[in-house]
Design a protein around this ligand. Structure first.
Ligand code: ZN
Length: 461
C-alpha cells in the first residue's frame, strides 16, 4: 500500500499525476467565472447580486456578513484572484476610477490606499479625452503620464477582458490552469498513459517510476524488514533488479528491442531504457511506446506469480505472455495504421490486424526559368508552435542565384506564415530596386485556400 500526496495525484499525466481535477481548484475556477459574470453586470443574476450586496461599496471592498448567502461568501473568497485576472477596456467609462483595473499599472487604489472608490472614469474626461486639470488633482505627476496613455473608445460600453486567456474571453480551461498547482512536466510520464495502453498497465508503470511497487527493498525502507531473495537469483529484490538487471528481464528487453530495431546497450536504469523506447518514435501511442509498458506489466505479473504462487519465472513463459498481451491489446484498440507506422511487420508477426499504409506516389516538380531579362522569386514558409520560418530565393533567367532571404518570427497560423514570408520577401526585393512585378502567375486562390504550401512564383521585372 502506498500513500502519496493528493496534489500529486491531481496533476495531469505529463506532470506525473493521474489526471484527476482537484475539486477545490474546480470550485475556485467556477467561482472566478461567477465573479466575472457579476462584474460584467449585464445579467439578471448579476444585477440582483450587485443590488443585494454592493449598493454601498464597490464589489471589491464589500464586506461579508455572517447572515449573507453562501454564494456571496464563496464569491468573496476569490475576489483577489479573480480581480487580478480582470482588465477593463475603456468605452463609456463607467468603471471605477480607483478600484477597477483599466490600465497597465493595475487598479489605482493599490497606489493610493486611502481611496475607496466612488468616482467613475468618465468623470475625469473632457470632450472625449483625459481632463488633465481634474487628473492632477487626483493623482501624482508620476502616474499622470501613464493614465494619459490609456486609449478611450467612447462609442462602446466598457469591456471586461480576462487576462489568463489569450483572446480576453473567459476560458474555464485557462482559469483552471492558473488556479491549480503546476508540477514539473516529464515526457516519460506522458508516454505511459495512452488509450492504446490498458489503464492497469499504465498504472503499474506509474507506480514503478515513482518507486511505489512493493518489492523487498521498498518494503524494508518502510520498516518491514524481511529476508530478501529475488525470484531468479540470490540478489536482494530491488525495483531495478526485478524490472531491468535480472538475467531474464535483460533477455526480454534485448529480445523485443532487436525485434523493433532499438539499440539499448550500455543502459543503466529502467528510466533511461523507457526514455530510449519512447524517443524512438514521434507518434504517442505507437507500438514502440506500448511494448515497454506491456513488458513491465508482464514482468510484475510474473514476479507476483513466482513469489506467491511458486510459478517459475522463465524467459519463454514471459515472452509468450507478452506476445499474447500485445495481440489482445491490438484487437482491442490498436488497429489504427498510424500506431504501426514503420513497424507494421510486427503486426504481421503478432498476427494482429493492421491495414497497410498507402504510400503517396512521388510527383516530379520542375523549376521553370522566367522570360529573358526577368527575375523570379520563390518563397516558402513553415510554422510550428507560434513561430514561423520565412524564406525566399530570387533567381535570374539563367537560374542563377541573385539573392536568398531567410528570417524567423512570431506568427499564429500557417496562412499567417505564408503571408509574412510573401511580405518580407517583397519588401526586400523592393528595397533592392526590383519594383516592377508581374503577379499573373501567383496562385492567390491556391494561397488563400492553402491548397499548396508556399507561392509558386513571382516574376519581377
Ligand atoms: Zn535476480
Amino acid at each position: 500500500m502506498t500513500l502519496c500526496k493528493w496534489s500529486k495525484v491531481c496533476a495531469p499525466y505529463e506532470e506525473g499525476g493521474l489526471n484527476i481535477r482537484r475539486l477545490a481548484d474546480l470550485h475556485q475556477a467556477f467561482m472566478q467565472k461567477a465573479w466575472k459574470r457579476l462584474r460584467e453586470g449585464n445579467s439578471l443574476w448579476s444585477r440582483f447580486m450587485l443590488n443585494m450586496y454592493c449598493r454601498k461599496h464597490h464589489p471589491r471592498i464589500t464586506p461579508v456578513h455572517p447572515l449573507h448567502s453562501r454564494v456571496w461568501k464563496n464569491l468573496h473568497k476569490v475576489i483577489d484572484e479573480a480581480e487580478s485576472n480582470i482588465n477593463w477596456q475603456l468605452g463609456q467609462g463607467l468603471c471605477d476610477f480607483w478600484m477597477d483595473s483599466w490600465m497597465e499599472l493595475g487598479p489605482l487604489c493599490n497606489h493610493y490606499p486611502d481611496q475607496k472608490g466612488g468616482i467613475t472614469v468618465h468623470e475625469v474626461w473632457l470632450n472625449g479625452t483625459w481632463d488633465e486639470a481634474a487628473l492632477s488633482n487626483l493623482i501624482s505627476p508620476d502616474h499622470l503620464g501613464r493614465v494619459k496613455e490609456v486609449f478611450i473608445d467612447q462609442g462602446k460600453p466598457d469591456l471586461l477582458l480576462w487576462k489568463s486567456s489569450k483572446d480576453g474571453q473567459f476560458s474555464f480551461k485557462s482559469t483552471y490552469e492558473a488556479v491549480r498547482e503546476q508540477l514539473h512536466a516529464s515526457s516519460l510520464y506522458s508516454v505511459i498513459w495512452h488509450q492504446n495502453i490498458p489503464k492497469k498497465m499504465s498504472f503499474v508503470a506509474w507506480r514503478l517510476l515513482n518507486g511505489w511497487l512493493p518489492v523487498d527493498e521498498v518494503m524494508s525502507k518502510k520498516g518491514i524488514v524481511l529476508a530478501s531473495k529475488c525470484m531468479c537469483c540470490a540478489q536482494m529484490e530491488t525495483l531495478n533488479h526485478v524490472f531491468f538487471t535480472n538475467p531474464i528481464a535483460q533477455q526480454l528487453w534485448s529480445h523485443f528491442a532487436s525485434l523493433v530495431g532499438i539499440k539499448s546497450n550500455n543502459i543503466q536504469s529502467i528510466q533511461k531504457l523507457l526514455h530510449i523506447w519512447s524517443l524512438s518514435v514521434n507518434t504517442t501511442g505507437h507500438i514502440k511506446q506500448v511494448i515497454p509498458i506491456v513488458i513491465l506489466w508482464a514482468i510484475w505479473e510474473a514476479r507476483n506469480k513466482a513469489k506467491h504462487m511458486a510459478i517459475p519465472f522463465s524467459f519463454r513463459r514471459l515472452r509468450s505472455r507478452i506476445m499474447s498481451l500485445l495481440i489482445m491489446n491490438s484487437k482491442a484498440n490498436m488497429t489504427q495504421t498510424k500506431y504501426w507506422t514503420g513497424d507494421s511487420f510486427i503486426a504481421t508477426q503478432l498476427g494482429a490486424h493492421c491495414r497497410s499504409v498507402k504510400h503517396k506516389r512521388p510527383t516530379l516538380l520542375c523549376w521553370e526559368k522566367p522570360e529573358k531579362g526577368a527575375l523570379k522569386l520563390n518563397i516558402d514558409a513553415a510554422f510550428k508552435d507560434g513561430r514561423g520560418g520565412y524564406g525566399g530565393i530570387l533567381r535570374n533567367d539563367q537560374g542563377e542565384l541573385v539573392v536568398a532571404m531567410g528570417l524567423e518570427g512570431k506568427c499564429e497560423t500557417q496562412f499567417d506564415a505564408e503571408i509574412q514570408a510573401l511580405l518580407i520577401c517583397l519588401q526586400e526585393c523592393i528595397a533592392r530596386g526590383y519594383e516592377r512585378m508581374d503577379t499573373r502567375h501567383v496562385g492567390m486562390k491556391k494561397l488563400i485556400q492553402l491548397e499548396i504550401s508556399g507561392l509558386p512564383q513571382i516574376r519581377l521585372g
